[in-house]
Design a binder for this molecule. Structure first.
Ligand SMILES: Cc1ncc(C[n+]2csc(CCOP(=O)(O)OP(=O)(O)O)c2C)c(N)n1
Length: 556
């Protein structure tokens, strides 16, 4: 088969094939031509072209989120690579594997007045698990072996317990378009065994004596069996389990609506419910309130993290257990776990759930009621991609649905690639998927539709509240005279304009009465479609405040 005469391209592509990596998102340019000409018609890869590298980065992120396998990003030299930045940072903090292969000029031409040339070397050093500059080997064997070793190290670093993005910078000399028959492989194949850890004795003895054990779960990919394991531990021990929507752990005995439960707690309740042992699983907790509550407490905090990273969110880290959550739960010896007492917390949660259900239907049309209805009427078994900003916070106010898989860019919570991620994810999973996003995030990432991907299984709800509605519901900005101009960036543009540009079916709706029919329209489409729901910009925050205030005053 014919391939670029730059042997690093072949060595890279062969390493990908050996690692079972097939997905490549490629952006156009000439310095990366050795990749483009090698990949065109290559039977081993699914290549998605995307002109906008920021979009490419998030499409790759969405696809890797769904497949669990690294997705490759290939771009030309210059500013192209900088546009991967947001997706790379997000992938780093969510531990999503990605492999960036950037083309570059040879190092002697950097900073020498060459066009489209910047200092690419290690440009993502803060957000990559591995980074290296290959050298120009011109096929010389020792240089080629060194390059192949760097490629192998990069692929190793992208996967495993500390999965994440890696960056390989490929300097290419001209001419760039030469092709030749494939070379013999340079490195022999290799396999390695994964490491695992054991349960620390201190953890077991604390567990045996603790009175209130709280499992707090952050962002986790959906994993079969973990919900049942946790529910079983909770039932046997009385431990409380708090989860978030993106934990993908929904069970009637879990507290899946942390903010709804703890907003408005008195100092006595905060004290009474404080755990003496906190076990955390997953990262990127959405609820600010739970973080500030726990930061005021004193307890042993054990974090369960296969990669062993010492993330000390509550400033109390006792230790890290280097196991997957499933391994930890299956190794807990039944006899050594004491009966802990969180019955009153569970009872309070159940009471608040009942009063919230009555209250929801009495509130006026707003971001809150729209989210309630979308989450209630979302058909069985869909995936949901949660936009950042207030969207993800509103979704957290409703009990997590066990039939729904929840995803979101919560690694660093950027609004810049929400739609591209959803497109990438839906195109990779093939599952019916709903993206719920805000109007600003939607407009920000409108280039998302500018690739060949148009997943027919994706529907989009844009909650259009006239700008960044989040800034009306958080304390500082909402009392500033700059609220509308500098925080909310209020506007009158419509998602329908973007839909029209790309020929995507779209509708708008602005009342409780028309919402039901509009949602039916959305679910029943058989192609990518957008529903823009216009909510009252100046009333949303008041509705949310009424909700919380009324909940607190309900007799429970
Ligand atoms: C790349 C990026 N820039 C800025 C922000 C800060 N930010 C957070 S939310 C938000 C407004 C989002 O508005 P919208 O998408 O309409 O959602 P809403 O607030 O109405 O829920 C901004 C600008 C961010 N998270 N990411």
């Amino acid at each position: 088969m014919m391939i670029s005469d730059k042997c690093e391209v072949q060595d890279f592509l062969e390493a990908l094939t050996a690692g079972g990596i097939t997905d490549i998102v490629l952006s156009p340019g000439s310095r990366n031509a050795p990749f483009s000409i090698s990949l065109y018609g290559h039977p081993a890869f699914r290549v998605i072209p995307a002109a906008d590298e920021r979009v490419a980065g998030f499409i790759a992120l969405g696809r890797a989120q769904q497949s669990g396998k690294p997705v490759v990003l290939i771009c030309t030299s210059g500013t192209a690579i900088l546009n991967y930045g947001p997706a790379i940072a997000e992938a780093y903090y969510q531990r999503i594997p990605m492999i960036v292969a950037s083309a570059d000029r040879p190092p002697q031409w950097v900073d020498q007045g060459e066009g489209q040339t910047i200092r690419q070397s290690g440009v993502f050093r803060n957000f990559t698990r591995f980074r290296a500059d290959l050298s120009v080997s011109n096929g010389e064997e020792s240089a080629r072996m060194h390059n192949a070793g760097l490629i192998r190290s990069a692929l190793d670093a992208a996967t495993g317990p500390s999965a994440g993005p890696v960056h390989l910078n490929f300097p290419f000399e001209e001419p760039l378009y030469g092709m030749k028959e494939t070379y013999p492989a340079v490195l022999a194949p290799r396999t390695s065994a994964p490491e695992t850890g054991a349960l620390p004795a201190a953890f077991l003895s604390e567990l045996a004596t603790a009175r209130k054990v709280l499992f707090l779960c952050g962002q986790l990919p959906p994993q079969a069996g973990l919900t049942a394991q946790l529910a079983d531990i909770a039932a046997r021990t009385g431990a409380a389990v708090m989860t978030e929507s993106h934990s993908n752990l929904a069970h009637p005995s879990f507290i899946t609506t942390i903010d709804r439960l703890i907003t408005g707690w008195t100092p006595e309740q905060k004290e009474a419910f404080m755990p003496d042992m906190l076990i955390t699983i997953g990262s990127n907790i959405i609820s600010r309130r739970v973080k500030s509550w726990l930061r005021a407490g004193r307890f042993a905090h054990w974090r369960v993290d296969e990669a062993g990273e010492e993330e000390d969110t509550y400033r109390r880290l006792t230790g890290v257990i280097r196991l997957t959550p499933g391994e930890l739960l299956s190794r807990l010896p039944a006899g050594s776990v004491c009966r802990t007492d969180y019955d009153s917390l569970r009872a309070l949660n159940a009471a608040i759930r009942r009063s919230a259900a009555g209250l929801e239907s009495s509130l006026p049309f707003s971001d809150f009621t729209v989210t309630a209805r979308v989450m209630r009427e979302l058909p069985e078994g869909w995936d949901i991609q949660m936009g950042n900003s207030s969207v993800v916070r509103y979704i957290q106010l409703f009990d997590s649905r066990p039939d729904v898989r929840y995803f979101g860019n919560r690694g660093v919570s950027g609004i810049d690639g929400v739609t591209s991620t959803a497109i990438g994810a839906a195109s990779a999973s093939g599952r019916p998927t709903l993206l719920v996003t805000g109007d600003i995030a939607f407009l920000y990432d409108s280039n998302a539709f500018w690739s060949e991907l148009r997943p027919a299984n994706l529907r989009i709800v844009v909650i259009h509240n006239g700008g960044g509605g989040i800034f009306r519901i958080i304390d500082g900005p909402s009392s500033s005279p700059a609220l509308e101009a500098y925080f909310e960036t209020a506007h009158t543009r419509s998602a329908l304009g973007v839909a029209g540009m790309y020929g995507i079916p779209a509708r708008t709706c602005d009342s409780q009465e028309t919402l039901g029919e509009a949602l039916q329209w959305l679910w029943s489409r058989e192609e990518l479609a957008i529903l823009e729901i216009r909510t009252p910009q100046y009333e949303n925050d008041a509705v949310l405040k009424t909700y919380f205030r009324t909940l607190q005053h309900e007799p429970i």
